[in-house]
Write a protein that binds this ligand. Sequence first.
Ligand code: NAD
Length: 499
Amino acid sequence: MDRYQMFIGGTFCDAESGEFRPTINPATEEPIAEVPVATRGDARRAIEAARRAFDSGVWSGLSPKERAAVLYRVIENLKEREADLARLEAMDAGATIRKTSMMDIPVGIEHFRLLVELGERLPTYEPLPWVDFPYVSWNFVNREPIGVCAGIIPWNFPFMMTVWKVAPALIMGNTVVLKPASDTPLTALEFAKCAADAGVPDGVLNVVTGSGSVVGAELCTSPLVDKVALTGSTETGRTVMKLAADTVKKVTLELGGKSPTLVLEDADLALAVDGALFGTFFHAGQVCESGTRCFVPASIYDEFMARMLERVKKIKVGDPLDFETTMGPVVSRSQFQRVMGYVEAGRQEGARLLCGGRRPAGFERGFFVEPTLFDGVRNDMRIAREEIFGPVLSVIRYEDVDEAIAMANDSIYGLGGAVFSRDIPRAIDLAKRLRTGTVWINDYHLINALAPFGGYKQSGVGRELGPHGLLEYTQVKHIHVDLTLDRAKRFWYDYIFND
Ligand code: NAD
């Protein structure tokens, strides 16, 4: 079994405790590798290394172009290892090789490139209007890096989330301590190898493996960390915000969701049915923006559901390493139990289980769940209100579209959503009425590295990706230049002088 080391201050090392933890393949329940279990002391060493690297100017002192040159070498290294990374991600996260080799790794690398290119060109000088009172002064904003940024990431898209935390922070001149999820640390550690081989200076990127309550908590409370960026559940988001409050850290949070897919009467049915299924069952529903509540008009309900039941059977659950498989297991035993708990809650609250809701026949091992469809769901049931993070779709019938919009917005979350309709202007109007950070029209899940991504309400704070996301990794400094050197004209100094 492979044994990994963490990456601190430019060195691959064990935890100070010498402890290791196996990481489990969710399809086989077998360990695939061991990673160090970091202590608070290890987290502190990483933070101090990142602090020293930032304060030395070895990275923040480079021009964006110079930083980009190093990061393009990281991209080259990642590309060379693309096939290995895709396989490792599939084994560690239970993602299908179909998805990791066509999406997670190549698209993750592409996101990295696009973010670096965008950051390289983003102006650090922002002019302000000229001020001529009381005398002419020149005012401008200088965009500066924030400092040491902690990235805390979840287990659903380990490689993609690594990219989303590391690329914007580094291109904007910050240093990083990254904490992958305990269940899926491997591709983040491989990423560190690619960064080290590319000559990223020591301490600029650190990857520490350990639990949220130990390493995560140290990152959130250390006075040496300037910003925390978390992707995780809303519950963890609340904790992180509280932990970060004592040192008034900058915090960006990408949290949970319970996103609506709104089907209109005039939707292209074949597209809407497959779109709604893709919106929920992609990566076994373990996607923050999944469209897990599907609103279907009464007038087309029966036809829609008949097609949906037929199409859901085409989702092929199985070994993630088989290219024919289109849905793998959920990530862990605890996630499996959580999903099953929600299936039971749906039944008890009176929703109708149309299919799934159990381990597929013939799978004794692995955390597999059949694609699960509930209808007869009311928006006040737990399966419509709480994030399940598994392959469970709740279908809700509606009579008129205002009622559907009201139900769609009646959620503590506001991350994603979709409208399926042939009438694009109407769909855009409805998209504007949905209180969520992203709305797809006649599509789902297509995340664009140049567009902002993030949540309304309890789905998050701040944005990732695009210029909005890059600016979250900068400080705004106002510089005021007084253009006259004439002391006599500084009448406001007379507030304190009387001579
Ligand atoms: P999680 O909240 O359990 O963990 C996320 C990360 O936070 C992990 O690295 C974990 O170790 C760390 N953590 C846990 N407790 C902590 C603490 N007290 N202090 C600091 N760090 C702590 O989430 P998960 O189960 O790994 O991932 C699933 C969740 O992530 C879902 O809710 C999903 O919606 C959300 N998610 C959101 C987005 C988004 O962009 N909005 C993307 C992916 C996943």
